[in-house]
Ligand binder design. Structure first.
Ligand SMILES: Nc1nc2c(ncn2[C@@H]2O[C@H](COP(=O)(O)OP(=O)(O)O)[C@@H](O)[C@H]2O)c(=O)[nH]1
Ligand SMILES: [Mg+2]
Length: 467
């Protein structure tokens, strides 16, 4: 890092007096030197001197840091992606037993469900949805923008953007595209394994003229892959550790289709540590809390849901949370009803259940989170006129984005006296976990609607926190 501090100090004045042509030439050499050797420093007079920082211990240390990047199958939604983060955090913890690895947070964007028109929803940093310092208390993470800024000065980065001299070593990774085995399980036997294999699906990366791989890369056009390999993988996330440690030499490695890997230990301590560290961004919690107070007569003191920002200190006793005087409902529609799933109710069936729960728990208010289309929403309002919904104005939506609104919906459902969700929805599952963290009685949490004609309506599983 010292090396770059020196660059930052000297680059700026040196550039000011250079003519554009000369400037570009110098910059070009600068970039090449940085990328190829990274051991050269710019001296006071703007010339290059090689070899200085190669002896600097700080630089040597900095070079030892390795970065794990990942991405998920494009059609997957927000809440499965949150689950994949847990798997990757677990892998990074394993890698950190052998070296200094950092997890790079994949920017949010281009999600299928984020359909609000006219809102720019790509390259969204995690800080818009989560408290990054809370994540960091679990495992070292870095936002993507910080990662590409990395060892390069802000000045240099701006210059690169302006002149489109795009190659940044930091932003290039060996890309490993994970996939299942083409042949499935051999002999019907499950075993954990990883092998380099021909790509099963069409590769979503293509080579450019310079020989680098272009791909989605969260909408960052300057990011490229140095090489792309398909890996068939079957097993828990950490089975990749030996390969990443011993066979891959690039500083940064990206796992695409990371959802292929399973949890190291689902619902174990490490799982829950990571899950608990995924604290929602403060501004979203505040908006949710204000809404609860204003429309649902719900405050943390009355509801015994006092939160601790420091997740490492939040350890609520099971059954201690009371929750606000309202029923929380997550009613997943859209693709869940298009498939005519038999475990999803009709609106009429859902309203009937809602009314019976309100009666049973003596609740006069009901908060409904749903992705229902406008038509269904109108129908729902007709049948359940008293329902309360969080309805952002366009200005709010532009600020919070679809992801922020979804989190606020989840936060409000989390604080309800009683919650009922939709079968197999990861959106509902995340609410279960959040309520578990706050210390709700499991009976008030692990509930789901049944389909109108569903015979065996199995209720969700209670996963207890391991502290
Ligand atoms: N605001 C809001 N968005 C929702 C709700 N239900 C679904 N969505 C949107 O639809 C997406 C559903 O995808 P996903 O997160 O994968 O959950 P799943 O498909 O239900 O397992 C969410 O990420 C939201 O963008 C809801 O109740 N409120
Ligand atoms: Mg989904």
């Amino acid at each position: 890092m010292w090396e770059m501090a020196a660059v930052r100090r000297t680059l700026h004045p040196a550039l000011l007096w250079l003519s554009p042509g000369k400037f570009l030439a110098v910059l070009n050499v600068f970039l090449l030197t940085l990328t190829a050797v990274r051991a050269d420093v710019l001296s006071e007079d703007g010339a290059f001197r090689a070899g200085q920082s190669a002896t600097s211990p700080a630089a040597a240390v900095a070079r030892d840091v390795r970065y794990l990047l990942y991405d998920v199958n494009p059609p997957e939604g927000f809440n499965l992606r949150r689950d994949v983060y847990i798997r990757m955090a677990s892998l990074v913890k394993t890698l950190r037993n052998h070296g200094d690895w950092v997890l790079v947070l994949p920017p949010w964007g281009r999600l299928y469900h984020w359909q609000s028109p006219d809102i720019h929803q790509v390259r969204i940093p995690w800080s818009e949805f989560f408290s990054v310092s809370s994540l960091q208390a679990n495992v070292p993470v870095v936002e993507y923008e910080e990662f590409i800024a990395g060892e390069h000065s802000a000045t240099l980065r701006d210059v690169q953007r302006r002149f489109q001299l795009l190659y940044v070593e930091q932003a290039s990774a060996s890309v490993l595209v994970l996939q299942n085995y083409a042949e499935g399980w051999t002999d019907g036997k499950w075993e954990e394994k990883v092998d380099e294999r021909p790509c099963v699906e069409r590769l979503m990366y293509s080579r450019d003229k310079q020989g680098y791989y272009r791909g989605w890369f969260w909408g960052y056009e300057e990011t490229r892959g140095l090489n792309v390999t398909c890996l068939s993988a079957q097993g828990h996330a950490s089975i990749l550790a030996p390969l990443l440690l011993n066979n891959i030499t690039s500083t940064s490695v990206m796992l695409d289709r990371a959802e292929t890997l399973l949890h190291d230990h689902y619902a174990g301590k490490d799982y829950w540590d990571t899950r608990r560290s995924m604290v929602f961004a403060k501004h979203l919690r505040i908006i949710g809390d204000e809404f609860r107070a204003k429309y649902l007569n719900s405050t943390d003191e009355d509801d015994r849901t006092v939160y601790n920002e420091d997740w490492t200190r939040l350890k609520a006793k099971l059954g201690s949370a009371k929750g606000g005087p309202y029923l929380g409902v997550h009613l997943r529609r859209k693709d869940f009803i298009w498939g005519h799933r038999e475990d999803v109710p009709s609106l009429k069936g859902a309203v009937k259940k809602i009314r019976s729960l309100m009666k049973k728990y003596k609740l006069e208010r009901v908060f409904v989170a749903t992705d229902a289309v406008e038509e269904e929403l109108e129908e729902l309002k007709r049948m359940l006129p008293e329902m309360v919904r969080f309805e952002p104005t366009w200005e709010d939506l532009e600020l919070l984005k679809d992801g922020g609104v979804a989190i606020i919906d989840q936060w409000i459902c989390t604080h309800a006296r009683y919650f009922i969700g939709t079968a197999l929805s990861t959106f509902s599952f995340r609410i279960h976990e959040e309520r578990e963290i706050l210390g709700f009685d499991p009976k008030t949490t692990y509930n789901r609607f049944c389909g109108d004609n569903e015979k065996d309506c199995e209720q969700p599983t209670h996963w207890k926190i391991v502290y």
